[in-house]
Design a protein around this ligand. Structure first.
Ligand code: PLP
Length: 434
């Protein structure tokens, strides 16, 4: 309560903005993920790796717009590209020369993508990929995984709003369990299963990497069932120049993209095997996908600039910075006898409850390269997650309330040191709970 009083005093303009927003939007909110208590901060300035709120308080941005903000804020190269687009008008109701330029970059970068189509969000990319699989196979069931997140209308969380597809939900990283599940489909997976949709690393679900054995087993299950394997790389495509999935040696039939690939503008894409994507060829295919904003000029321009900025070297350096950050956090936790690492095995919903036989340490970090999450387990986990978020804000660090972190290319070793020091401060301050 004391913390809430202080928060109210420190952020009066954010509070006022929230009250105004509540008049017109449910809970003052149009992006569920941004909701926090007592009210979310309102930001009106982003520069390099800093965010400033309407109350003039500046934070180092460790959230990176849930991975879309990999470039930091107002990157000059992207700004120039958008400014140029601005000069020539937009909403042509016609093709523009930027489309094939972005499409070429996507296809050259991600070998699984032989042909691509653009949309406006990751959600839409996955909706289209599923629709494509249903049309291509003539079947209806879609296997996805608990804690998997594929957009506002598609997730492995059964309490979420889900599109009216026949979803079947498996356990992430559980090879045998998934094989049993597919075997149990009636009359058979061959007759019913259209697609397997999976993230190579659970992103929103906690930054748990898929094992090569798990992803490889999905490839085999899809083949045996004549179903399509879809890698959702909306988040993970930034974890390697060719996408995280490419590192497992598994090639999907379709791949979905979003977030950073559009240079930080509204973006999504789906693509894959030539014979499947040919369904959308207006000269010969049977599927339509007219989308007014599919080729929007700003996204195309920003996406081209962004893809050119993120060379293999640049991405490698960023992912290296993330690996080093996780190691430093783990060192802080282990010197305080809080082990840092999650025990291996299937990722289950009850994993962080104290009753679970594999209940992990009270505080731990998971992730790959530049994406990670700081978790709490045990009976006080929700309390600790909230305390951690507010402690980090007090230390000048902005991250997701649930502990999710996405680094951007403007962050330096010094910023990482500031973050790690803040984690140390948290462990000292709340050591009685840990
Ligand atoms: N797929 C994954 C793996 C995501 O992480 C997200 C968003 O966080 C989406 C899809 C949905 O993308 P969007 O928010 O652009 O609709």
């Amino acid at each position: 309560d004391k913390a809430h009083v202080q928060y109210n005093q420190k952020h009066p303009q954010s509070r006022e903005n929230h009250v105004e927003a509540c008049r017109y939007m449910p809970g003052g909110n149009t992006r569920t993920v941004l909701h926090t208590t007592p009210f979310p901060l309102t930001i009106d300035l982003g520069r390099d790796c800093h965010l400033t709120t309407v109350d003039g308080i500046r934070y180092v941005d460790f959230l990176g717009e849930y991975t879309a903000g990999i470039y930091g804020h107002s990157h000059p190269v992207i700004k120039d590209a958008v400014q140029m687009a601005l000069e020539s008008g937009w909403n042509y109701g016609g093709h523009n020369p930027l489309e094939p330029q972005l499409a070429r970059r996507v296809c050259e970068r991600f070998p699984a993508v032989e042909l691509v189509r653009f949309v406006n969000s990751g959600t839409e990319a996955n909706m289209m990929a599923i629709a494509t699989a249903v049309a291509y196979t003539g079947k209806k069931k879609v296997l996805l995984f608990n804690k998997g997140y594929h957009g506002s209308t598609i997730s492995g969380n059964t309490s979420a709003i889900n599109l009216p597809h026949e979803f079947v939900v498996g356990t992430y990283n559980d090879v045998e369990g998934t094989e049993d599940l597919v075997r149990s489909l009636l009359p058979s997976a061959k007759d019913t299963l259209a697609a397997i949709l999976v993230e190579p690393m659970l992103g929103s679900g906690g930054c748990y990497a898929g094992t090569p054995r798990f992803l490889g087993s999905l490839r085999k299950l899809a083949e045996d069932a004549n179903a399509l394997l879809i890698f959702d790389e909306v988040m993970t495509s930034r974890l390697h120049y060719r996408g995280l999935g490419s590192q497992t040696g598994v090639t999907p039939d379709l791949m979905t993209l979003g977030k950073w690939v559009g240079g930080g503008m509204s973006f999504g894409a789906f693509g894959g095997r030539r014979d499947i994507m040919a369904l959308y060829d207006p000269r010969s295919g049977s599927l339509q996908h007219p989308g007014t904003f599919n080729n929007n000029v700003f996204t195309m321009a920003a996406g081209i600039a962004g893809c050119d900025l993120l060379t293999a070297d640049k991405l490698g350096a960023l992912n290296h910075l993330g690996d080093s950050m996780r190691q430093q956090i783990e060192r802080v936790l282990s010197t305080r006898a809080i082990q840092g690492t999650l025990p291996a095995g299937p990722v289950t919903d009850d994993m962080q409850s104290p009753q679970h036989p594999r209940c992990p340490p009270k505080m731990f970090v998971s992730g790959v390269g530049s994406l990670m999450a700081i978790h709490f387990a045990g009976p006080d986990r929700d309390l600790l997650q909230g305390l951690f978020f507010h402690h980090m804000l007090e230390s000048g660090v902005y991250l997701a309330p649930r502990g999710f972190i996405a680094l951007n290319i403007v962050l330096t070793e010094e910023h990482i040191a500031q973050f790690v020091q803040a984690v140390e401060g948290f462990c000292d301050k709340y050591d009685r709970f840990l």
